[in-house]
Write a protein that binds this ligand. Structure first.
Ligand SMILES: *Cc1c(COP(=O)(O)O)cnc(C)c1O
Length: 455
């Protein structure tokens, strides 16, 4: 891996950029370990932190961003509608080509990508959208935005993904759409969701906000469903601060999405030619500035995806050997995980520590980690949202009571929220040695679990 991003590349990437000093690191963050390694005394008990290096900042400048942003700025080509630089058009073409999709529509956020997809599919009041409870709140909000009813159904504890069998059972005559989320960038079971969508004549929309360049069999994530929705927010594997993209192979749907995001105006219409016909439209356009950043950021996106895949699979092997550590399972059709998050569970009995003590101890070793999503009470959340005047007219108490009964208690979701640990994608961008340092830190904590538990 380390030769993929040579020092020369880094110098080229950072050279001449005044702001580079604010970015703490080069692409491969080469960590160093304290001498004692996994056999040393845990840092939480007073030992030397296992990681003696520093993780670099994300995003990482690739070199062309400054030039391209300044070109947009100085030439006054700020708006995609009349830009001679065609930055947004270029981003759309490149992103579609990279994913072997027929169309890409750039928007201003991942949330907008979901909202525009559902607008174009004419999902509205009374329609049910089946989705995962283990997701960022935007997934649920995008459904509520259309006054449709989100139906969160339970996850597969092993994979962290929406459970296809639960989704199938939750379908009613009001179900219009399946909205699996490729959480962490790992593919949901797209064979199963495609089969259910086909059999039940439902739209399949992929929340691929975390899943750039992930792959299911021979297709990229986001190109299996009718649309795939991506976030380009700053934490994501491809970013411009805030932004989003929608992929689809359907010509008519692409045009409808374009209209939805552009106040009913189609791709071919000029500024003064208003043609209507989209379901619900607003302005969710991407600016030329955002696209300029994205075009610069895309330079190493494929190499980064490969590095994350190699390192993620390696870390899976290393961590699976440690008692009580359970890396998220990948489904058989997975040909590449996008690894937006490296996700695993801590089994308290097997490991000998509860998750809270584990993450404290891991942070003491200077390995940053998160406990991920909290167990949001989605039933309460939706009830509160639809307590509004409009909401209660559309969804009377009886309707919501029946719905709440169907949603049930989501036991796997709750358990997952209590056991999950995440690493962020940039931690998988260094050399293999970095994975060994992470695994050694976890091993050191596990070996001393009894003592840490007492401390
Ligand atoms: C980030 C994210 C979104 C929303 O994207 P924004 O660009 O922040 O609007 C939606 N769904 C999931 C799963 C996400 O991770």
């Amino acid at each position: 891996m380390s030769n993929k991003f040579s020092r020369r590349d880094f110098m080229a990437a950072s050279g001449g950029i005044g702001l580079a000093a604010a970015f703490s690191g080069l692409a491969p963050m080469v960590l160093t370990a304290s001498e004692a390694g996994a056999d040393g005394k845990p840092a939480v008990l007073g030992g030397t932190p296992l990681n003696q290096g520093a993780y670099s900042h994300w995003p990482i400048l690739q070199g062309d961003e400054e030039k391209m942003v300044l070109e947009v700025l100085k030439t006054g080509n700020w708006f995609r509608g009349d830009s001679r630089l065609h930055m947004v058009d270029r981003f759309e073409n490149e992103y579609a080509a990279m994913n072997k999709a027929k169309h890409c529509i750039a928007v201003n956020s991942g949330t907008s990508a979901l909202v525009a997809s559902m607008a174009a599919l004419e999902i509205g009041p009374g329609d049910e959208v089946i989705t995962s409870p283990y997701t960022f709140i935007a997934t649920i909000n995008s459904v509520l935005y259309h006054y449709a009813l989100p139906v969160p159904v339970d996850v597969d504890l092993e994979s962290f993904q929406l459970d296809a069998a639960c989704a199938d059972r939750a379908c009613t005559s009001d179900t219009r759409c399946l909205l699996p989320v490729h959480i962490g960038g790992a593919p949901a079971d797209l064979d199963a969701f495609s089969e259910i969508a086909k059999r039940r004549e439902l739209d399949l929309v992929e929340d691929a906000c975390q899943a750039h360049l992930g792959r299911w069999r021979d297709k990229n994530l986001g190109t299996v469903g009718r649309t795939g929705c991506f976030s380009l927010q700053v934490s994501k594997n491809l970013s411009c601060g805030d932004g989003g993209a929608i992929l689809t192979d359907d010509d008519e749907l692409a045009e409808a999405i374009f209209k939805c995001h552009n106040n009913c105006r189609g791709r071919s219409t000029d500024s003064f030619d208003f043609t209507y016909g989209a379901a619900r439209a607003t302005n969710q356009r991407m600016t030329e500035f955002q696209a300029a950043v994205l075009l610069g950021q895309m330079k190493n996106i494929e190499a980064y995806a490969e590095t994350r895949q190699e390192n993620g699979m390696y870390l899976n092997r290393l961590l699976a050997e440690i008692p009580g550590v359970i890396p998220a399972k990948l489904y058989d059709g997975t040909t590449r995980n996008a690894w937006h998050l490296y996700m695993f569970r801590i089994d308290k009995e097997g490991f000998g520590l509860d998750r809270g003590k584990f993450t404290d101890a891991l942070r003491a070793e200077r390995i940053p980690c998160s406990t991920g999503y909290g167990a949001v009470d989605w039933v309460d959340f939706v009830r509160n949202t639809y307590a509004s005047k409009t909401g209660s007219r559309l969804y009377p108490k009886k309707t919501l009571d029946d719905w709440a009964e169907r949603v049930g208690t989501l036991p796997n979701f709750k358990r997952l929220c209590g056991e999950a640990v995440w690493f962020t994608q940039n931690m998988l961008l260094g050399p293999k040695k970095n994975m060994e340092i992470i695994a050694d830190a976890v091993r050191r904590i596990q070996k001393n679990a009894a003592e840490i538990a007492k401390s």
